[in-house]
Design a binder for this molecule. Sequence first.
Ligand SMILES: O=C(O)CCC(=O)C(=O)O
Ligand SMILES: [Fe+2]
Length: 622
Amino acid sequence: ADNLSGRTGDGRDGNTLRSSEDEDVEKKIFSKKPRMNSNDDADLMLTEEDVDKFDDYFVDDDDDEGFDEGVEVEDDVLDRNDDESSEEVLDEDDLWLFQYDPVEVGHVQDIEVEDGAVLKMKTLAVNPPIFEIKNFLSSEECEHVKALAVKKGLQTSLTVPEKPTLTEAEQEEAREYFGELDQDEDGFMNGTELYEAVKLFPSAQKFNLTTEHVEELIKVKLDKDGDGLLDIDEFLEADTPAMEEEIDKWFVVIGNLGENEIKRSQPRVSEQAWLDQWTTEDEVLLRLQDRVIGLTLLPSSIIQTSEHLQVVRYQPGGHYHAHYDSDELDDDLECSHTFGIEDSDEERRYRNRDDFTQKRLCRLATVLYYLNDVEEGGGTAFPVADNETFTEESLDEMPYDIYDLSSHCLKSNVVVPPEKGKAILWYNHYLDETRGWIGENRNHSLHGGCDVIKGTKWIANNWITVDNHVERQIMFHDKYYSLLDQQSGEARYTFTPPTEAGELAEGDGGATDDETETDEPLRYGDGDDFAKDGGYGSETEDTRRATEQIASDIDEKFVKRQSHVDGEDELHSYDQEKEKEGKVQNVSHRKAREKLDDSNKQSNLFSGPRKSGMEFQRNDEL
Ligand SMILES: O=C(O)CCC(=O)C(=O)O
Ligand SMILES: [Fe+2]
């Protein structure tokens, strides 16, 4: 249960790997928790920029009293939600939540993602409900999002130390030392140059430390700006006794490991960029947001105030060990996205926004997009999806480390192969049965990215944030919209679906038929074409078929779901109390339902047959 109770959400769980070999060594690696907001999700909700923007807004610096009025939440809203035990279901005119009924694995339902654009959504798992939507993005949109990320600059996942505690004199000394080590005097230190300094460490003398180890050290521990080199500021931060001690220990751990083990030992090996979805005027990003509203049937205010889009790139060996995207419900911790929302201006001023022990990730759902086809590997694994007997306790008795997706990817019950333009949606929480608001965590939503074996893998994460305190979520929306009104509100894109194919192109400045593929505007079919083509991804019928063929080949290879043979599988032999039945609650909200056609209504409202027992076998044979 250690691992689950230690859940700290996306990337912040240091305890993701417990392989039987080298257990001690690995423990040492993972016992190191990042000591500040050093993880890749440091800016998960509010980037520095956002915080500045919001601080300008939250903190009424200029004593302009009217400025904060948008923050006020009507009394009756607060009253209604004061009583936690209230049986009252949320008023549908305020906010509602919705989760699709997965019905059963393989079930397909139509979803209208934009007016006239209907896509197929297939159930991949019931617990948690995982849905696959092919061609959710067009090929051009995928390229566009990748390009935006490259332009923004992708950063590696970092573990950096506390702020330096050097005195002036010590800093001076450190600068001189930096000058000495920087042999080519280019102002940066590479692995070879830093090696001269760290070769004196006790650990370095004990192990046969190479410059590659030092390069790795720079990359994973010291290089904050992600350029692969150490500049003077980064050096100053590292040049503290505490950091030296940490580096020394780190060398002891990696001294005996090969390159692959080093990579495996990292919970996450990837690069990330965050794309602002709040104030962006990028048409693709905004349209994607609208499409997510159409997909999830959640209120637009929730989608629009959710986290920025996180674009992730994995190279061979890149992965993300199994983790939860959302943290355990805990009334003593605030949600990071609504952190400090109720504070007075004065309190807010002094709140430590970087202290993650005060916050938790509150992510109702994840929408993940695959932005390219991966040559080999790189599936998204759900090790315990639909595993009937899985409980927190059974984790301790697992015959292998289910978190370690570098070693055990294919033992996962569900592995979704990457496929350009495909989206998957899953729920990290149940909905609360009485109120229909965000409820308990779904322990089966454990997941991660398997090792990329060949090629590069690009994905993007759309995390949908919901505070379990409704009134805080409402306040957050109010602030967000007031902020937009104050700043770029009028510039915000409003979605108007084109009535005819090609209208968008013309309106956009006259694309002609003979333009090259790269210059073509985003394709947008009208309703009929769209359905025929199967979504946004279809340049031609042929490529679509080819892509589908490849996808189904990969499907066959990776996604194997077989009946469990009694007694053969240790994983299922524990006598566990039954994991909560799928407590997906469909708040039958008028607005949500209006979006669905009649046949969909049927399947979405729990009328479909619910399988009482999905049976599974570990995919050992793969
Ligand atoms: O790479 C994947 O397939 C999964 C990524 C993921 O789980 C995450 O970024 O939180
Ligand atoms: Fe994740």
